[in-house]
Structures are given as C-alpha cells and as structure tokens.
Design a protein around this ligand. Structure first.
Ligand code: SAM
Length: 123
C-alpha cells in the first residue's frame, strides 16, 4: 500500500490545521451539491479522512462509504457521533473497489486525480 502523510498527529489536529475547511459557508454548499448528485443512490468518497464531509452528508440521508489509507484518520472519523452510518474501507483508492453509484473526491494531488479519472473511465 502507498504511504500516507496523514499520521496520528495530523489526524488529531486536522480541524485545527485547516479550520477554513470546516466553515459552514464552505461545507453547506458542498453538502447541497453532493446530496443533490447522490439522490437516492450511494456515494463513495476517495480519501474520506476524518469524515468532515461524509458524516454530515450521511446525516442528510445519503448512504456514503469511504476508502482511506490512514488508520489515524479513520480512527478520528469513527470517534465522532454519526460515524456508525458511514462505511469505511482501509485501503488505497487506486486499487480498492466498493459497490456505489457516485464518486466524490477532493484535495487530490495531480497524480491522484489521474488515478480517479482512470478508474472512472475503465472501472
Ligand atoms: C486532505 S485529506 C481530505 C480528507 C477528507 N476528504 C476531507 O475533505 O476532509 C486527504 C485524505 O486522503 C487520504 N488519501 C490520500 N491518498 C490516498 C489513497 N491513495 N488511498 C486512500 N486514501 C488516500 C489521506 O490519508 C487523507 O485522509
């Protein structure tokens, strides 16, 4: 599996390091867009992290699953209220498969975007 830089310390401080990402003015339109896109389908987040988007999205009734490389990020997600409704698979999103209808990914480096594009094109 590839390395991740999202270690224990970053996982614990994620919300303090990038507080602007948690600003409702930023999060709410994202949730509106994704909930609309998902409709009654299931969503997959590549690099679900601490569940910043996934947990509130699931609270809007969207069935969501994430693929995540970092154990500590998953631990932060699973420590939160509402986490029981969010599925998570530990793995590399370049190679890990789950059965869902839409994809959501953010903060991807260019090479990661290429992986996502390739998976969208050839499955
Ligand atoms: C900047 S964080 C974003 C987390 C979350 N999507 C959010 O919006 O808050 C990027 C996440 O992607 C994960 N990640 C990076 N490369 C990955 C890969 N190849 N497979 C699975 N997860 C990966 C990292 O461990 C990290 O948790």
């Amino acid at each position: 599996m590839p390395e991740t830089h999202f270690d224990e310390w970053i996982a614990q401080h994620y919300h303090l390091l990038w507080p602007e990402l948690f600003d409702p003015a930023f999060v709410e339109p994202t949730l509106d867009f994704l909930a609309d896109l998902a409709g009654s389908g299931a969503a997959l987040e590549f690099g679900i992290g601490t569940g910043r988007i996934a947990i509130p999205l699931s609270q809007r009734g969207v069935s969501i699953h994430g693929i995540e490389l970092s154990h500590p990020m998953i631990a932060q997600l699973q420590a939160q209220q509402g986490a029981a409704n969010v599925g998570v698979t530990l793995g590399d999103f370049a190679t890990t498969s789950v059965d869902v209808d839409i994809l959501a990914a953010d903060f991807l480096l260019p090479f990661q975007r290429a992986i996502v594009a390739r998976r969208l094109l050839i499955g």
